[in-house]
Design a protein around this ligand. Structure first.
Ligand code: KG4
Ligand code: ZN
Length: 353
């Protein structure tokens, strides 16, 4: 089947055309338009995001069809992110997707954004398939998910406060770096000395055991406060120069990465998984991917990190997850709506957490 994917949950307007069935799925095109307007506000402004999606959605879909050499009539279905995200932003994609599918007389299916992230690495690596442990780390989410099979998920851990990307963005702001700050913190950290600031690893203690509520959860607000104090101390001493900012960035990144690697490793061990799949914008972080590969290789665990285009928000992952569900006979009605929050579909709750 040939499927159009649409993604408008945050500040990327994206469309993709995928073709195939089962595990044999090809990406014919992927267009991602990142909204630049939020940079000057230091964060995503929901109303501006909705407006930018409205202007962009038609040309972005047209471009995706042109790149795929596809006409609208060759499409079998439209898949669109319907949750979670900014409601006004999601509504643009959902309304457009429903209208397009209705006009063409084809199926429409709402796709959960986080399920999309689980599928993204499989578009590049045939081996990135269940069973695996997933670490999804973006500006809005931090989740550790056990994926026994496609559509069969256990939410093992989540953040108690800030998402990993949010922590990067806030620390970037403290260090005077532009928004979104993740990649700027990463490049500043490269010249930092890891021994200068050894921040406490959040939610990481040796006495934690499987079944403890904090064994797999994370929390980054304490780390962010520690960074704030380090910045203020250096400022007071008149030593907040480029080198000191790099040391702080390095200390922050090391602490965050070590926590994420340890928690993901724990989840993989607990379920005996040999594969780990990463997703979300923070999966673009080279230090995180390298540390994950380094530490988990000893247990024979293979780590799949998607390329930046597929790690960050994109419509190809939505179409990919959509094809899986369309093949199971799932369809949405024209009453499909957008939701800011929604649990992952296919959650198994067997008290394993
Ligand atoms: O998945 P994504 O594109 O959008 C959301 O759904 O949030 O993730 C964006 C987040 C931002 O917080 C950004 O700072 C972070 O991903 N990010 C990074 C890197 N590249 C993007 N964080 C750390 N290191 C990076 N290289
Ligand atoms: Zn995302």
């Amino acid at each position: 089947m040939r499927v159009l994917g649409i993604e408008t949950s945050c500040d990327e307007t994206s469309a993709a055309v995928l073709e195939g069935t089962g595990n044999e799925i090809r990406m014919l095109s992927l267009v991602i338009l990142s909204q630049d307007v939020h940079r000057i506000f230091g964060g995503v402004v929901p109303e501006l995001a909705s407006r930018a999606h409205l202007t962009a959605v038609v040309p972005v879909v047209r471009q995706a069809l042109a790149d795929a050499n596809s006409s609208l009539e060759e499409l079998d279905a439209v898949t669109v992110t319907y949750a979670p995200g900014l409601v006004g932003a999601l509504l643009v994609g959902v309304s457009f997707g429903k209208a397009l599918a209705h006009g063409l007389g084809i199926a429409v299916l709402g796709v959960h954004h986080m399920e999309g992230h689980l599928f993204a690495p499989s578009l590049e690596a045939a081996d990135a398939r269940p069973p695996f442990t997933a670490l999804l780390v973006s500006g809005g989410h931090t989740m550790i998910v056990d994926v026994a099979a496609w559509g069969e998920y256990r939410l093992l851990g989540a953040t108690r406060d800030d998402a990993a990307g949010e922590a990067f963005d806030k620390v970037a702001k403290l260090l005077g770096l532009p928004y979104p700050g993740g990649r700027h913190v990463e490049s500043l950290a490269r010249s930092g000395d890891p021994a200068r600031h050894r921040f406490t690893r959040p939610m990481l203690r040796r006495d934690q055991r499987p079944g403890d509520p904090d064994y797999l959860d994370v929390s980054f607000s304490g780390l962010k406060t520690a960074v704030l104090h380090a910045v203020r101390d250096a400022e007071r001493r008149g030593e907040l120069d480029e080198a000191e900012r790099a040391h702080i960035a390095r200390g922050f990144q090391d602490a965050l990465v070590e926590t994420l690697v340890e928690k993901t490793g724990r989840a993989a061990r607990q379920f005996g998984r040999q594969r780990v799949v990463l997703g979300g914008g923070v999966a673009c972080n080279g230090a995180l991917v390298a540390a994950m590969r380094d530490r988990l290789a000893a247990d024979g665990v293979e780590v799949h990190a998607p390329s930046p285009r597929l790690a960050t928000d994109n419509a190809a992952m939505i179409a990919r997850a959509g094809i899986f569900r369309l093949e199971r006979g799932e369809r949405s009605g024209l009453d499909l709506n957008a939701y800011a929050a929604m649990p992952l579909p296919g959650l198994v709750d067997d008290g394993a957490r």
